[in-house]
Design a protein around this ligand. Structure first.
Ligand code: DGJ
Length: 552
């Protein structure tokens, strides 16, 4: 983006109004400010309070169960697949009737769409490609393993495969432009789904072998440092030693995706991203040993994706490890000045809901539990056993509280005013620093008085809903002494820091309320007396507080 466009985008991000009456809405895009990011929709910052549909809900007759889930989750955005096999069942004959129905119904439901292009790779497999691709190995080659055996995964070196996927994707983007450039119901597109390869580190077919012996491209050398000493340039093995196979495969897949994204954006320039089946974020770095999908946009190869695929805005993590230390590590690894934080999938069980506070507090552009539709399917143990309203509700309660300020929140996040935490598995207190104030969050507290630590450990007299970790809080600092807080199952205590350190202080106001459609704060009550004497104790019902502090 040039400087003027960047400036305009940032100004828009900070509050200019949407397009002129009657004109097409401005195209969704990402902006960056001091290493932070926002997604701009209708010319304004937008927080995706999203859900993702199940893998086979991409048919008109399946949609009623999807919209029911979206409503119960109070989501403003739906992520849902568009499968190559359904839009091009016979080569060159396109059928976008599902996309038409989907977009029309999304508008009726007042929900935005993130469309997931299930093409050459879905969880690394060609299962969503049309039959004329799936069963023609000669034209659409699969990878060979080290022993020369054909494996399940299509090769990223297949020129015909790339051509065919690209042509279908371009037709899809052209269709989207035709039906949606006035209203912009579709705000982002995911290219492929959880790419990479299981069981084999890379393609060993002759074409791949020849490419593997070529010098590492300069763009990769410039971005990706070797984890261990190697040559500054040369072949993949020269430069990256035992990591060469994985890095080469990541480069091959990213380059393939780049061709698709670039061609698609040339017809309709929506933001695009890839999602990732994670490698373990806390185990010591080591070369691939069959423990994740090699070649996918895992955290260790984000730089390779950035080098090879400049038309992909974001490498995004799919979170299915519920441990709080892993969530925290993943967020830190994927949130980078060159990579907006977006979690397009996480488990839909209730223990994941608290992470919404941490993720949006950190300034993510969006988050989505996976499988929030009533298709009578549960991906337990990855996600919830529940398949009805009770699965959607823990997210619904949080999204309902966030929604009225979702636009304001995205603007505050872009300005670096926000932070957030989720209760850790250790359930210990956590402190957030905001200039001359600190806020300490503790968990498993009563609303009145002090609960003995021994009772917290044993679970005796636990406040309802705190039997397992469910707490979380996100905070935006609007002024020196003014905060917006949203959270649940948490006790908050302010402390003086910096210039306020050691000074006596007290709450001025602790207003419970919400922002209206014009962004004006509407107070419902002021917490005082018992409601503020023992810290600010938020229950399982998420609330929004506007807090002002003072010293004396
Ligand atoms: C991650 C994939 O991206 C989803 O499409 C889905 O298969 C989940 N895993 C498992 O339910």
């Amino acid at each position: 983006m040039n400087k003027t466009a960047n400036l305009l985008a940032v100004l828009c991000a900070l509050g200019c109004s949407a397009g002129q009456a009657g004109a097409a809405a401005p195209i969704p895009h990402l902006v960056q400010k001091d290493g932070r990011h926002a997604l701009i929709v209708d010319g304004k910052p937008y927080t995706m309070l999203a859900v993702q549909a199940h893998n086979s809900s991409n048919y008109p007759a399946a949609l009623p169960e999807v919209w029911a889930g979206v409503r119960d989750a109070q989501a403003n955005t739906l992520e849902i697949p568009v499968a190559w096999e359904q839009v091009e069942p016979a080569e060159g004959k396109y059928d976008f009737s599902y996309v038409d129905t989907l977009v029309a119904q999304a508008r009726q439901n007042k929900v935005r769409l993130v469309l997931l292009w299930f093409g050459t790779w879905k969880n690394t497999s060609p299962q969503y490609t049309p039959a004329w691709v799936k069963f023609n190995n000669a034209r659409f080659p699969r990878m060979l393993d080290k022993e020369g055996k054909t494996i399940y995964c299509l090769s990223p070196h297949g020129e015909e495969t790339l051509k065919a996927d690209r042509r279908a994707f371009v037709a899809f983007m052209a269709h989207l432009k035709k039906i949606d450039e006035e209203q912009r119901t579709v705000i982002m597109v995911q290219v492929e789904n959880e790419v990479g390869t299981y069981g084999t580190v890379r393609d060993f077919a002759p074409k791949a072998e020849a490419a593997f012996r070529q010098p590492v491209p300069a763009a990769v050398l410039a971005r990706k440092k070797a984890p261990q000493p190697g040559k500054a340039s040369g072949s993949w093995s020269d430069v990256y030693g035992p990591y060469a196979d994985e890095y080469f495969h990541a480069y091959a897949i990213a380059s393939y995706i780049e061709q698709i994204a670039k061609a698609g954006r040339a017809v309709y320039n929506l933001p695009m991203f890839v999602n990732n089946a994670l490698r373990d974020p806390i185990e010591p770095m080591a070369p691939w040993k069959g423990n994740f999908a090699s070649g996918g946009p895992t955290f260790d190869v984000i730089d390779i994706y950035k080098a090879a695929a400049p038309h992909i805005d974001i490498a995004a993590p799919d979170q299915y490890a519920p441990e709080s230390n892993k969530v925290t590590a993943t967020l830190a690894l994927f949130q980078r000045p060159d990579n907006a934080l977006f979690m397009p999938e996480m488990g839909n069980s209730a223990n994941y809901a608290r992470y919404v506070y941490q993720i949006l507090g950190r300034g993510a552009i969006g988050v989505a539990p996976f499988g929030v539709d009533y298709a009578d399917y549960s991906n337990y143990p990855l996600g919830s056993k529940l398949k009805d309203k009770s699965m959607a509700e823990p997210f619904g309660r949080i999204y309902a509280a966030f929604r009225p300020m979702a636009q304001l929140w995205a603007g505050w996040a872009l300005e670096g005013r926000t932070a957030g935490i989720a209760e850790s598995d250790a359930r210990t207190p956590q402190t957030l620093a905001f200039g001359n104030w600190s806020i300490t969050a503790s968990f498993r507290e009563w609303q009145f008085g002090e609960r003995p630590e021994a009772d917290k450990a044993s679970g005796k007299d636990a406040p309802p809903g705190t039997e397992s970790p469910t707490g979380g809080v996100a905070v935006a600092q609007l002024g020196e002494n003014e905060f917006i807080v949203i959270g649940q199952n948490v006790r908050l205590r302010f402390g003086g820091a910096g210039a306020n350190a050691g000074k006596p202080f007290m709450h001025d106001r602790v207003e419970e309320g919400q922002f209206d459609a014009q962004g004006k704060w509407i107070m419902t009550r002021n917490w005082n007396g018992d409601q503020a004497d023992h810290g600010l104790n938020l229950t399982g019902k998420p609330v929004v507080l506007r807090i002002t502090m003072g010293t004396y």
